[in-house]
Structures are given as C-alpha cells and as structure tokens.
Design a protein around this ligand. Sequence first.
Ligand SMILES: Nc1ncnc2c1ncn2[C@@H]1O[C@H](COP(=O)(O)OP(=O)(O)O)[C@@H](O)[C@H]1O
Ligand SMILES: [Mg+2]
Length: 428
Amino acid sequence: MNAPFQSRGATLRDPFTAFVADDETAELIRPVAVEHGWSPEKVNKGGLRNAVQSLSVSASPNILFVDLSESGDPLSDINALAEVCEPGTVVIAAGKVNDVRLYRDLVASGIQDYLLKPFTADQLRDAFSHAQMTISGPRGNEPAADRPHIMATVIGVRGGVGASTIATSLAWMMGEKAGRHTALLDLDVHFGTGALSLDLEPGRGLTDAIENPSRIDGLFIERAMMRSSEKLSVLSAEAPINQPMMTDGSAYHQLQEEMRNAFEGMVMDLPRPMLIQYPHLVQDTHVAVVVVDFTLAATRDAIRILSWLKANAPQSRVVVVANKVQAGGLQEVSRKDFEQSIERKVDVAFPYDPKSAAQAAKLGQALAKVGTGAKLSGPMNQLLAMTVSTVDAGGVGEAARAGGSLLGKLGGLKSLVAKKPKEAKAGA
Ligand SMILES: Nc1ncnc2c1ncn2[C@@H]1O[C@H](COP(=O)(O)OP(=O)(O)O)[C@@H](O)[C@H]1O
Ligand SMILES: [Mg+2]
C-alpha cells in the first residue's frame, strides 16, 4: 500500500530547519546543512520571530536552529517557541549574549545547545552531531496525535483571478508545511490545471469516477490519485471536450467522502459553474476561500458569491483572498472601495507577481513553493494559518455571522470605477 493511506496521523518531520537573523549566519549554515543531507532551503531568515510564526502552523523539524540575536528577551522568547514546538524537537540556539546564566537558563528551558556568535563551521558540526545522537537515542519518537480532517474549498469569483494557483498552493502547503496528507481535487473536469501545474499526468481517475460513481471506494481513490509528493496527491482531469459530463453530482459527493477517510486535508478547486450546478458540494467544507481581484466585475461577483455562501455553506469560515494586487493607481477598484462594497475586509492579499507565477509554471511547482520571497510567503503563511486554525480551533460559522444584505449593494457598483483611484496596498 502507498504511504498516505496507511500512515494517516503519523507525522513525518523535516530533519532540519533553521531561522537565522543575518546573511553571514545563513551562509555559514547552508553548506554544513548540505553536508548532513539537509536542504539548504531550510535555512530561513527572520530569526526567532519567524520560527515561532512558522512552527505555529507547521510540523516541527527534528533539529531546529534558531537565532536569538535580535531578541530583547531571549528567555521569554524561547518559552514562546516552546509553546509552538512539538515535543521531540532538538533546539540549537545561537546569540550574541555571552552570559553563563543565560546559557544555563536556556538549557533549563529545553535548549540543547547555545552557540555564541560568531561561531565556526566546526562548532556547528559538533552541535549537529550531538543533536543527531539525541534523536537517534531512545527518546524523541513521540507519536503524533490523530488530527481532524480539514476540508477547504477554493472558489474564484471570476475566471483567471488565480483560484487554481491558490488552491494548488494551499494544498501544497497543507502537505509540506502543515505536514498533513492532503488531496487536491480539481473539479474542472474538462479544463482542470491541478495536474498540469504540478507536472503530473492527469490520468482517467476523475472521469472514471464521474461515469461510474458506484466504483468509488478507498481502493479506487488510491489508484486514481496522482502522487505529487509524499504528502500531496492530486485528482484532476482533462476530459475530452467533445464529451459533456453527465452526472447528478453524486460522484463528487462520493469522492469527498472517500477523500475524507483517506486524507488529513483536502483542497477542492471548485469552478463557478459547478457551484451553481451542485451547491451541496460545499455543505461540509470548513473553509471557503473566495479568490478575487480588484476589478469591477470581481466586485460584483464577490458580493454575489459571498451572499450565496451565507445561504449554502453557513458552517464554513469564509476567507477572502485578493490576488494579483497591484500598486494604487493600476487597479480598477481600490482595496478600500472593494472592502466597502463586499462589507468585509479582505483577509489575505497576494501581490501581482508575474515573475514567480511564470517560474512556477515553468518548473511545474506550486507558487507557494517557488515564491519564497517575503512578498509571497507572508500571505501564503497567513492563508495556511487561517485554514488550519479553522479546524484546530473550531472557528467556523463566519458566513452565518456576517449580517446585512450584500445583494442590495449591487446597484451602486458602477460608481466604484468612476472614482479617482486610491492607494491600495498589497500587504494584508
Ligand atoms: N499573484 C499572481 N501574479 C501574477 N500572475 C498570477 C498570480 N496568480 C496567478 N497568476 C497567473 O494567472 C493565471 C491564471 O491563474 P489560474 O490559477 O489558472 O486562475 P483561475 O483558476 O482563477 O482561472 C495563471 O497564468 C497564473 O500563473
Ligand atoms: Mg482554475
């Protein structure tokens, strides 16, 4: 049997992750990490603060290197780290404070080693080998708790806003960053891009499922799904375009059901026409990610789809994601006017970044994997955190909570573009 179907709930940790405060430290660590067989990409900037943020939404590595040199209060910051770090992680800290009391206190709060900066590659090697010995010893292999399934549905309010890009990235992050076995279900049966964008062969799985819903079971899912990585599987089709899909939607429902059993997370890329045809597809979704851009047409359709979600997915947490956000004057509608029209805030904003988008397409990889700069990774992490926390914290029902009649707004839409464009920031 293939891994995702038997090891549900068992987390596989990254062997190593580092969060450093400056380039010199990064450059010192990368080659030593490579010597140990670890990816140099696991050396992140942002020091302790980024470590706390990242680990609050992702599985902890076996060995964690964290730079304390920007921390005003290393001891209390280490305790904040301890709260988000899973048991079994060996933490190596580094900093500029040469104080034996601090060293003792850090060790008492669970740090294995403290390297005084600047340190040498050899000191680092020593610390790593000590850490590896600790891990391979009898301790450190705690079983992971069985996590509740997360189901997220991504809906683009218009074609081309980047819904599939966001769906693929969210699925990739849920797998690789949050460590959940995740399924990406692309319901654009004729023109789906889930497989294409991850450089996979689409296969016949989805079309077979629709033609023959009674065949859908755990074994079918296992055979039909394409493996993008150990943590991410994809079901996406390129059905012949002379062949309409005849279905009452039961196949989709059945697929959701089986994926819920087989995976810890699922991201559904749901094209707009499907939502009209099969509204029941969102009735169990925990998170509805509504992808928009700041155009007049997207404003109108965001209003309509948010209102539709209130009626059809009242249980879900709605996350509004603005994509392809450009600087002030370049947009049809300003962020502020957009938010006023939809009567709520945009939760996450992605900048217009054609370079990273093209790079992702060329490499056949998720944008979240390719766009490692802060401009993209900030909002990506935010989206992942909002999605994962919905289930972990039980925070649903936002669609039900937002009051008022959105549809009443539609009449005044045209006035939005007539106005002088205002400042709109790409940051959330
Ligand atoms: N933030 C972005 N900046 C620039 N281009 C983007 C961005 N997000 C997506 N794209 C590009 O926009 C195009 C449409 O994206 P896609 O995800 O297929 O949209 P949808 O599924 O909403 O129709 C793709 O070529 C994609 O690479
Ligand atoms: Mg799409």
